[in-house]
Design a protein around this ligand. Sequence first.
Ligand code: GLN
Length: 280
Amino acid sequence: MNIDFAITCGSKILSSKLINTARLDSEILMSKTMNKDRSYIIINSKNIINKYDLKNFYMLIKQRSLGKPIAYLTNKKFFWDSEFLVSNHTLIPRPDTELVVENALKITEKKNKINILDIGIGSGCILLSILKERKNFYGTGIDISKKCLNISKMNAKNLKVSSRLKLYKSNVDKFNLGKYDLIVSNPPYIKKYKIKNLERDVAAFEPKLALDGGLDGLSEIRKVIKKSSELIKKNGKFILEIGFDQKNKVINILNKEGFYINSVEKDLANNDRCIVSTKI
Ligand code: GLN
């Protein structure tokens, strides 16, 4: 069997399971199987695929057909300007979250040597993207998950920002180290009982720890805001990702904790997705 035929078979299996990026996913999983990039796979599509590779390829197709996200099958996801290592312990970086990076870069254009804290660093996509762009900024990342911290550490090494990064395994409530010019966070903010209604790939495969915002979706956001208010410098900036329907409630909490709202930014689907604020 040649590569092209195997990809077509894989794609048909995925289509039959209602995966709408079937052909693309099949090609990506073939690249993963052969350990070559997608263009190699396409250029060499008439090459014969050996039995061993074919078996591995079908194993990947099987997992994808059950809904496992491509990023967890390839262990990587492109975000902002870099490829990030991910595992099923980290949330998969989303294009919407690039808003946090974009705004962080916008408000720090003229800054030098500032200290940034990322609460719930996960794969590291937010903080490490900022550190990669701003060569004299320093970052601290905390996460409750040691497995996420290990992934962040590897990503920091790949992006060559390790020397400017400190990582701590900590619960948001218990962390009390340092004072920060900028705090960023994409905490879990989905209502507990709504997780099951998310897309199947998300609901069944992404870590609940990174999604579950408690009964009202705001329990982690509240903790993050409270902690940020303690750890941020006066006039420091705070950029928080929120759920599409949380703007008013979160603004209220921010105001009570002494933050002035600079802007509420909309994501690609025109939903309110991140709040930029200043500690006064
Ligand atoms: N944006 C993610 C989703 O809708 C949720 C991320 C989060 O809870 N921080 O799947």
